[in-house]
Write a protein of this length. Structure first.
Length: 359
């Protein structure tokens, strides 16, 4: 059974090789001039498919994006680097041009197609953490988008170098991908084992490595649910520079007049949220060494619907309706509709400043 499998594989490889072979060296050279960049074109296409979904939110989390991401991270950067370093064919890849002889083989000092595949996987696994360290060193947020964009840029650059180096070589020395190599490589991993037990262990080892690496790549390629939060702040305008700052808030309010305060909300909840802001003015008294709320009134209430990463910043005129000193001007933030009795205890976020309201 094993012998029949080897014969069948050899026959299939022989058919493919004959289909790729022409009757003369000139015809084969013409074919190589057309196909010698095909593998690099495929690498560029896979790179675009891996990086492109970053700008298409509808593809986030899909099997297409995860599958392309796994192939891209595990293979593509390493293959681009190997192609840039070794633009010519190895002696063992010269079986399609026997007319060149030993003199041509002496010039083709390069890695074989099988070695290219193995090196591509190993180098890719080494390039990815180096890219992460570089992004961290340059103080860039390490996200899946940033990693994929950096790997894509590196890959495109290396492919450009590989194209340039291949074009500088004679047509008969340029590397051209051989599709039969994958068949030989897979057959060797499994069927070359000396006994059935070793063959099963080899299969389990390959499956385990693929699953382990797939889990690592999924963490990079799949969208991650980051921390969810909302930034809520108030700003005042500097009268000298007209810049908005988080200090020097107005504290003196005259009767019948108001002061401007800017209210800011930034949505980082990973979804669209409708916020409601309730502005209250409160009076406190000290009783039995405790500060007790004795009077409050609602001054304003407004809403803002924000998508993820959207910011609201609007000027609001505050006009106190309670007179006195040390009044607390409170800003309460709610998601959706606030309860019937809004206060600090049931607010999603809250801010306050102390003001004096004149008679």
């Amino acid at each position: 059974m094993r012998r029949e499998h080897r014969c069948g594989l050899f026959l299939f490889q022989n058919i493919i090789s004959k289909l790729m072979r022409t009757d003369s060296v000139e015809s084969e050279s013409a074919l190589r001039r057309v196909l010698f960049l095909l593998d690099l074109v495929i690498i560029v296409v896979v790179t675009l498919l891996a990086v492109g979904p970053q700008y298409a939110p509808q593809l986030s989390g899909t099997l297409f994006r995860v599958g392309i991401g796994i192939v891209f991270v595990l293979f593509v950067p390493g293959y681009a680097l190997v192609s840039a370093l070794f633009p010519s064919r190895a002696p063992c890849d010269d079986k399609q041009l026997p007319e060149l002889g030993e003199q041509a083989n002496a010039r083709l000092q390069d890695v074989s197609s099988t070695e290219r595949i193995v090196l591509s996987v190993g180098l890719s696994l080494g390039i990815v953490p180096l890219v992460g360290l570089f992004l961290n060193f340059v103080a860039v947020s390490i996200t899946s988008g940033a990693v994929l964009q950096a790997l894509g840029s590196i890959t495109v650059f290396l492919i450009a170098v590989a194209v340039y180096r291949r074009l500088r070589l004679p047509a008969e020395e340029r590397y051209t991908a051989d599709p039969t190599v994958l068949l030989s490589l897979g057959e060797g991993w499994v069927s070359n084992a000396e006994d059935p037990t070793e063959r099963v262990l080899n299969v389990l080892l390959i499956v385990g490595l693929v699953l382990a690496m797939s889990g690592i790549v999924y963490a990079v390629a799949a969208p991650q649910q980051g921390e969810t939060y909302t930034e809520f702040y108030i700003l005042s305008e500097n009268p000298e520079t007209s810049n908005l700052t988080a200090d020097n808030y107005p504290t003196e309010f005259e009767s019948g007049s108001g002061n401007s305060i800017y209210v800011g909300i930034e949505n980082a909840e990973q979804q669209t949220v409708t916020y409601t802001v309730v502005v209250e003015l409160q009076r406190f008294q000290d009783r039995d060494e405790q500060s007790v709320l004795v009077q409050e009134t609602e001054l304003n209430r407004f809403q803002a619907t924000l998508a993820h990463n959207q910011t609201y910043l609007q000027e609001h005129d505050v006009r106190p309706t309670i007179r006195g000193e040390s009044l607390r001007l409170t800003f309460l933030l709610y998601q959706d509709t606030p309860p019937g009795d809004p206060d600090i205890g049931n607010a999603y976020r809250h801010l306050h400043i102390w003001i004096d309201s004149g008679a």
